[in-house]
Design a protein around this ligand. Structure first.
Ligand SMILES: *Cc1c(COP(=O)(O)O)cnc(C)c1O
Length: 359
């Protein structure tokens, strides 16, 4: 820390992203990216003609992409905001809807950025412990004060809440925002979208990073009432009105037009997930019920850290969180069937060397 760094941030613990090795030597199952590339029609949207327009600023209103998303999801353009990854919308929302009087509440085990944004903006945060089965404690969240932030399905547990639970949170105080981060919803959970007409305190956040194969393009979007979206736009225009570059906007539009391709990939991933659950159970793992593109697994004979390191040594990267309650779990992204075979082989090799006989 330099002597110039504001004392406001002296104790800020920044977010730690998963490892992103810049060579292709690992089977990469650690940051929940799609194993499939964007569709050919999506990639084709970035033409040389378009590249030659990079001297010009992008459309700060993102109008065409917002209209395309609104149409796809049965909304109006005024219900949609775009950002440079959903992390940026999360940042805007923590800035816009919480302060000294309005704290935030989120599950104690959830997406690692929530506590970071709470700290960054000096917010009081209630971290609500998960229930023993690792599901979100809806009652305790409802009883907490201020804005509620949840990932549904939750990360890294993969467990989804039903819509009536989301509605219960929305009803618990209609004068607070309930932010539902739906980064993984396309892999099989229920979206809160149908509740949007009825609840003007609902903010739904989505991303192109997982189900739409574009983590590298940094595209996020959110749905809310026109008023909520306008507030977020005020923050966005006060931060960086050109937060989406021309290429990301084009890619985003083309992906909406090719939605079927991404839906089919989500179905493939769900099928690979089901097969992987079966294989991992046969190898002795237990896991939480996942409706996402990852599995949260634990082996009775080997610690999470040993597994993580052993897999890394064998060229397979998975995510390990060195945190109480979950340090014996691994979060494994569902890759292609071939990548999963590589994972199973690495695990089998490890277990044959480290686990006691019979386990
Ligand atoms: C991956 C992820 C995000 C971040 O998505 P980006 O759009 O890549 O910024 C947000 N929330 C959750 C729960 C995630 O897992």
């Amino acid at each position: 820390m330099s002597r110039f760094f504001s004392s406001r941030f002296a104790s800020l613990e920044a977010y730690t992203p998963g490892e992103q090795p810049q060579d292709q030597s690992y089977t990469k199952l650690n940051t929940n990216e799609s194993p499939y590339p964007p569709s050919p029609a999506t990639v084709a949207a970035v033409t040389e003609t378009e590249l030659n327009k990079l001297n010009l600023y992008s459309d700060p209103t993102g109008r065409r992409l917002r209209e395309a998303l609104a149409e796809l999801y049965g909304l109006q353009r005024e219900n949609v905001i775009l950002a440079n990854g959903s992390d940026e919308i999360l940042s805007f929302a923590f800035m816009a809807f919480a302060d000294k009087e309005t704290p935030v509440a989120f599950p104690a085990i959830s997406y690692g950025f929530y506590p970071v944004y709470a700290d960054l903006y000096g917010l009081e945060a209630t971290k609500v412990p998960l229930l023993p089965d690792f599901s979100v404690d809806v009652e305790a969240l409802a009883a907490a004060k201020g804005m509620i932030v949840i990932a549904n399905p939750n990360a890294p547990t993969g467990i989804a809440l039903s819509l009536d639970k989301i509605e219960y949170l929305l009803k618990s105080d209609r004068d607070r925002i309930v932010l539902v981060d739906e980064a993984y919803v396309d892999f099989g959970a229920e979206s809160a979208l149908p509740l949007l007409q009825k609840y003007d305190n609902l903010l739904i956040i989505r991303t192109y990073s997982k189900s739409r194969s574009m983590a590298g393009a940094r595209l996020g979007f959110a749905f809310g009432s026109p008023e909520i979206i306008a507030d977020l736009e005020t923050i966005r225009y006060s931060t960086n009105p050109y937060n989406l570059d021309r290429l990301a906007l084009l890619l985003g539009e083309a992906a909406v037009k090719d939605d079927g391709y991404y839906k089919r990939n989500c179905e493939k991933i769900a099928a690979t997930r089901a097969a992987a659950e079966k294989r991992l159970k046969e190898m002795g793992f237990t896991m939480t019920p996942s409706t996402t593109n990852f599995l949260f697994v634990k082996h009775p004979a080997v610690s999470g850290e040993t597994l993580y390191l052993g897999l890394k040594e064998r060229g397979v990267l998975v995510r390990h969180f060195n945190k109480p309650l979950i340090q014996d779990y691994l979060r494994i992204t569902v890759g292609t069937p071939e990548q999963m075979e590589t994972l199973f082989a690495a695990i089998a090799d490890m277990l044959s060397k480290t686990a006691p006989k019979g386990v």
